[in-house]
Design a binder for this molecule. Sequence first.
Ligand SMILES: [Ca+2]
Ligand SMILES: [Ca+2]
Length: 368
Amino acid sequence: MIHRVLITTACFAMTTMAAAQSPCPGSIIAWGIDDPTHSWDYGQVSNTPAGDDFIAISSAEFNNLALRADGSIVSWGSNVHGQVSNVPTGTGFVAIAAGYHCLAVHQDGTIHAWGQDTHGQVSNTPTGNDFVDVAAGYQFSVALRADGSLVAWGRDDYGQVSNTPAGGGIVEIAAGGFHTLARRGNGGLLAWGWNFDGQVGGTPQTLGFTGIAAGAFHSTAMDADGNLVGWGYNETGQSSPPSGSGYYTAGGGGGHGLAVNVDSHLVAWGMTHDAGGQNFGQVSDAPDGFGFFAVDAGAFHSIALRLPSGRAPVVGDMDCNGIVDVSDLLILLANWGKCDPGDPCAADLDGNGVVDVSDLLILLGNWG
Ligand SMILES: [Ca+2]
Ligand SMILES: [Ca+2]
């Protein structure tokens, strides 16, 4: 019974599965709850910012963050904990994570935190200038250093902080409600924190995964063939993503999940109605068409990034001109052997943390 209470009242912190895809700017599409008279409507859909220069999104239960190409952050939706009013100004941010508290990494390697601070999830944010990514759980935080090691702080009643693995080799992190996922450069997965629904214990032990996403009480990963695998809480089907291969990004919400397939179409699954039978459309209103390249899920809403032209993203098109050609090859060669763990380096096409021959083969495979 605890699930049903939490699923409707608790904060869900969600992270988006890293895409092995260059962050070409796009516009934000949001759908789901859109009823100003409803107590759960904080404008998380209706206040979605316009523009076609967004490169990243992060959605939480009732609020969202987006990152513009210039590195400035936009925040909209619930401001109950100052998530909107305290958003940092300025440019140069490179990573964002939305929750009741929000986190961002600046290009100078420092972490900025704002919003709810019940367990030091904001005030105990570590100093230092070697951070490359962040994830916001429910009242706890995780950060990835450039050397591939992790730091966690905030709420720790299920070991979500104290059981954080030591050592390096991590290239991606995702925080759920009370658990965390991490992915190593070899595609191996790690999980710790609350395991009540198997969201930790059900973690696959094989290698070769290319992306992870954490929902409130469930987990999702993507293998090298683009198959989605889900485990953990599944009352509304949220840990049962569609079968088939060809997905390259996914986001985990409270009761539903989202992915973009290889044709850049949206796929949504899981909860279509709340406990009272109301359909907010977070699954059923997923827009048709192609050109989508990032997704994330809130409690009763969904957001996605779409190329402004509606054209399909092409893996390897690092200069975002719609074709893979010699200019992209030069970018890849200029980054050869580089990309720090966790760095959203566009030239690391397979997301394994280094630019090497495997990325070159992907680029050549999409040539023209
Ligand atoms: Ca190009
Ligand atoms: Ca690579």
